[in-house]
Design a protein. Structure first.
Length: 428
């Protein structure tokens, strides 16, 4: 048994990737469940869990046999994310700000991915694992509320107050994600990943779970993000079916355009300020002019919120680009754009092989990231997982890593088709 375990650790990236995902999702769940209360040496259960499981992931990574490293573009993206982490951490330290120890995990995880990246099969399995773990944590969070063990937040009033059995319809659902928009984006990821993956044992579960989260979170930016992800699905799958069944391709293109434009046009018609984002973006861009090189830092953002320079007391820029620009300066914003553009290029290149899976996941994440500050690039948060899934899948298609992966990680005869979303016909 020990020899078998060592053999698995030696030949596959899945063990360290599994622990990586478990540390991020489990840490978030424990932070929520125990309300960040100190458990040991003033550290919460969530922080201790992240550090402990991250250490286990590092051990598994060290045991893994050397393999081919990432190619130039994926490596550039990872380096950009590490530099973003460094800038954010140093900027907070320069203002005597506080941050917890899990911030130290981020560059370690990224370097692990860069030096021993997963193969195509392993990257797909990583996506499966992430989606399943997130969905299970969502259900568990709601069960804690139903059983009265950990009540959901009840101070964010519902926008449409439509009843859902077992869920308080008077409030927006955020679960363990600390914000309804964060929850909604994860729900959108589950739907898009499940539909692109299209497996009988996975797709129904992910789409139902994701749809409930999107619906109960009542996040309008999530609806736009989801519509873009679904439009990508329609465009890619529609082109495939058009060739096979002699259906006019323009019909699918029209449907994809409608999926994007109708929700966006509706949102603009209802509220031209996009739920306050337009004035927030304007004020944050103006704030960035105070120190274009270094940014105003977290202290500057907080002061701007308290003095109403940023409307409604918002302490972030509601966009990973604008927030980075104001908080940490132009270099940080340029790095964010580099990361986003780089993954866009990779996922576009990968779509003939992965049937659009990485592209669908990424564009869903992208819309969320451009309309909300889903990450400050410092902590290993669950909101970054969709980005990592898209990056690892598309990067592995660019040049699959050399691997001796066991049968549960790679298909027989090393055929990629057996792992493609849907069926092997999608490779045609």
């Amino acid at each position: 048994m020990e020899k078998r375990l060592f053999h698995v650790l030696r030949i596959s990236a899945l063990p360290y990737l599994t622990l990586l995902a478990v540390s991020m999702i489990g840490g978030q769940f424990l932070q929520y469940t125990f309300r960040s209360a100190p458990l040991f040496k003033a550290q919460s259960a969530g922080i201790i869990f992240v550090l402990a499981v991250a250490a286990m992931s590092l051990v598994a990574w060290l045991v893994l046999a050397p393999r081919r490293r990432m190619t130039a573009l994926p490596l550039l993206i990872v380096i950009g994310m590490i530099i973003l982490w460094l800038i954010a951490t140093l900027r907070i330290a320069s203002q005597d700000g506080a941050f917890n120890y899990t911030a130290l995990v981020t560059p370690v995880f990224l370097m692990m991915l860069a030096f021993k990246p997963p193969s195509f099969g392993e990257a797909i399995r990583f996506g499966d694992l992430v989606s399943i773990a997130l969905s299970v944590s969502i259900v568990t969070t709601q069960m804690l509320d139903v059983l009265g063990l950990r009540a959901n937040r009840a101070d964010i009033v519902s926008r449409w107050d439509l009843p859902v059995p077992g869920i308080d319809s008077a409030v927006r659902w955020e679960g363990m994600f600390t914000d309804p928009n964060y929850a909604g984006f994860i729900g959108a990821f589950l739907i898009v990943f499940g539909l692109f993956r299209w497996k009988p044992w996975l797709t129904p579960w992910l789409t139902v779970c994701g749809a409930l989260v999107v619906y109960t979170s009542e996040s309008r930016s999530t609806l736009v993000a989801l519509s873009v992800g679904l439009a990508t699905l329609v465009a890619i799958k529609g082109y495939e079916h058009a060739k096979r069944y002699v259906i006019p391709q323009w019909l699918f293109l029209l449907a994809a355009i409608a999926l994007i434009t109708l929700p966006l046009a509706t949102a603009v018609a209802i509220d031209p300020s996009l739920n306050g984002r337009v004035p927030i973006w304007s004020s944050v861009i103006g704030l960035a002019g105070e120190d274009p090189i270094l940014g105003v830092g977290s202290d500057g953002m907080l002061e701007a919120a308290q003095t109403s320079i940023i409307p409604w007391g918002n302490v972030d820029g509601h966009s990973v680009v604008f927030d980075a620009l104001a908080r940490n300066g132009a270099i940080s914003a340029a790095l964010v754009l580099t990361v986003l553009i780089g993954v866009t290029v990779l996922s576009l290149r990968a779509h003939p092989v992965d049937a659009g899976l990485s592209l669908g996941v990424f564009v869903t994440f992208l819309v969320g990231a451009l309309t909300y500050t889903v990450t400050t690039w410092q902590y290993p948060t669950v909101q970054v997982l969709p980005l990592l899934v898209a990056l690892l899948i598309s990067a592995s298609v660019s040049r699959p890593a050399r691997t001796h992966s066991f049968s549960s990680a790679l298909p027989a005869k090393n055929s990629l088709r057996n792992l493609l979303p849907g069926s092997s016909r999608s490779h045609r």
